[in-house]
Design a protein around this ligand. Structure first.
Ligand SMILES: Cc1cc2nc3c(=O)[nH]c(=O)nc-3n(C[C@H](O)[C@H](O)[C@H](O)COP(=O)(O)O)c2cc1C
Length: 197
């Protein structure tokens, strides 16, 4: 009983830390910056693939799609995550601890048609949700360009962007972007990496 109480207290404290820490630095980072920047093919076909629990990452994904003319693909769990925040943190923690590969509800039919993939997610427990592993392991990104993005409450933005790069080792990468929810820097970032003019 005491153990269970301490565990719940820890989860609640972690959630508070995620939601309340001060720094809001929306500067773009480039976790793949040791790679030479790939050439963007003319008339590239772009897909924005994203996972979002609460809607923040979805808003960023929609903004990227609007600005680039990309298609959108929502990475949805076959078994939906709890809608309660604390319960969701517990499921997410268990998946991380067990190196789980949660099933995805649907697949990208025309994967090969796309040249550029934005892959985005919220930061979960300091890194990408495990469903991003399921996603990146489901397709062959060799010869593709992957651009990571994430949303977060306060911490582990760069680690999460770097994780998406690490999960797609056969792709080439352009500098990713993380935000605590505002989409105001998205256009500037897309221009800097040369995806839009
Ligand atoms: C399970 C879980 C774990 C989280 N872990 C972190 C974290 O480690 N660092 C952080 O800054 N925010 C963390 N957050 C907050 C989310 O990253 C943030 O609210 C994000 O913008 C939510 O995106 P979404 O609305 O697309 O799900 C976590 C949220 C959840 C639900």
């Amino acid at each position: 009983m005491i153990k269970k109480f301490l565990y719940l207290l820890l989860v609640a404290l972690s959630a508070t830390v995620f939601m309340s820490c001060g720094e809001d630095n929306d500067e773009p980072e480039y976790p793949g910056s040791d790679e030479p920047a790939p050439e963007i093919p003319t008339d590239s076909k772009i897909l924005v693939a994203y996972f979002s629990w609460g809607g923040t990452t979805q808003r960023m994904a929609q903004n990227i799609a609007e600005l680039t003319g990309a298609d959108l693909f929502r990475i949805e769990a076959a078994t939906p995550y709890p809608t309660n925040y604390t319960e969701c943190t517990q499921v997410a923690r268990a998946e991380l601890d067990n190196d789980a590969r949660p099933d995805i509800a649907s697949a990208i039919d025309n994967f090969e048609e796309y040249d550029i993939f934005f892959i985005g997610c919220p930061v979960w427990w300091h890194t990408t949700p495990m469903i991003i592993n399921t996603f990146t392991e489901s397709y062959n990104f060799e010869g593709k360009i992957v651009i990571p993005f994430c949303t977060y409450a306060s911490t582990y933005r760069d680690e999460t962007l770097a994780r998406i790069v690490a999960l797609t080792p056969k792709a080439s990468h352009l500098r990713g972007y993380g935000s605590t929810g505002s989409t105001s820097g998205v256009r500037n970032w897309l221009q800097q990496i040369g995806v839009i003019q």
